[in-house]
Design a protein around this ligand. Structure first.
Ligand SMILES: [Zn+2]
Ligand SMILES: [Zn+2]
Length: 307
């Protein structure tokens, strides 16, 4: 006897894409450094991208040798999961001083490649020590860049990224739950750096928001403003003649934009580096009257930093 199956009865269920992707601790910064070197060739920001390659390599080393640090306890993690609160919120989580070691290590590794003025800034910061590190970290994590030393800021941001990435990868994915605020990182409550559309496996074609601090990625449906959640009047703008892998997703409702990077167009995209390298798109969107919703520790004038 033959049993006739209807279509759909024999296929295995389609696996659901994960709602949260944690960064790859062993490779993320090393990959970032490689991408910097690739995109630097002939780029208007060549010197800065080459300096950032050294910073990324130093971040990977600092992460690989990260020492003991305090973690949120089980009760706090449980409470946060219940209420959709990011347990490592950038402005509320009580940092311990372990990240100071990462900052000193990163500065030690990149100082020789810095401009003389940047070297002075970094030397001054190192001489001032812990309280100055903490004061600058508070400002950066609050998104308050006015009047801070822009030459030293990217290095402090780099060390904070290492610290948060150490925390998130030590805790693991099950520690987290979806955030009540879908436009903020469910791990650390940061705004996204960019959207990224993945190109393989069960995540193919799915849009994730990439965290500017801890590099976690959380799922969000496509064609929706990541700032005000509007689904009306969303448009995509690119630069004519380029590969089309990076576009600005604009929202007429709140006049903001966030870049969207398609790994289906370019599987080698790296959010932080490609955000820097696509600076001409930011200039274009600024001229068109849209506000950038994304924050980056690294998007500062290149002449401030490089030797
Ligand atoms: Zn995050
Ligand atoms: Zn909007």
């Amino acid at each position: 006897m033959t049993t006739i199956m209807k279509p759909g009865e024999i296929e295995p269920p389609v696996p659901k894409a994960p709602w949260l992707r944690l960064p790859e601790r062993e490779t993320l910064f090393a990959r970032r450094g490689e991408r910097c070197k690739t995109l630097a060739k002939g780029h208007v920001l060549e010197e800065y991208l080459l300096f950032m390659a050294k910073v990324a390599e130093a971040q990977q080393e600092a992460l690989n040798s990260y020492g003991q640090t305090a973690l949120p306890d089980a009760a706090l993690l449980h409470l946060c999961r219940q209420h959709g609160m990011p347990p490592l919120a950038r402005q509320n989580w009580q940092r311990d001083a372990s990240w100071h070691g990462a900052l000193r290590e990163i500065i030690g590794m990149v100082r020789d490649a810095a401009k003389p003025a940047t070297k002075s800034s970094l030397d001054r910061l190192l001489a001032e020590g812990g309280p100055a590190f903490e004061a600058m970290a508070d400002r950066l994590l609050a998104g308050d860049y006015a009047g801070i030393d822009l030459a030293a800021a990217p290095l402090v941001g780099a060390a904070l990224q290492v610290y948060w990435m150490h925390l998130v990868t030590t805790l693991g994915r099950d520690a987290f739950e979806r955030s009540a605020a879908p436009n903020l990182c469910p791990v650390c409550a940061s705004p996204p750096l960019t959207s990224i559309v993945h190109h393989d496996g069960i995540e193919k074609g799915q849009r994730y928001l990439h965290c500017s601090l801890c590099a976690s990625e959380w799922h969000m449906v496509r064609i929706k403003c990541t700032t005000c959640q509007s689904t009306k009047d969303i448009a995509y703008h690119g630069i004519a003649g380029d590969a089309g892998a990076i576009k600005a997703e604009t929202c007429d409702e709140c006049q903001s934009y966030l870049k969207i990077m398609s790994m289906e167009h370019d599987p080698n995209l790296e959010p932080t580096v490609d955000d820097l390298a696509s600076l001409p798109l930011d200039i274009l969107m600024d001229k068109a009257g849209f506000m950038r919703s994304s924050a980056s520790f690294f998007l500062i004038p290149a002449e401030e930093v490089v030797a």
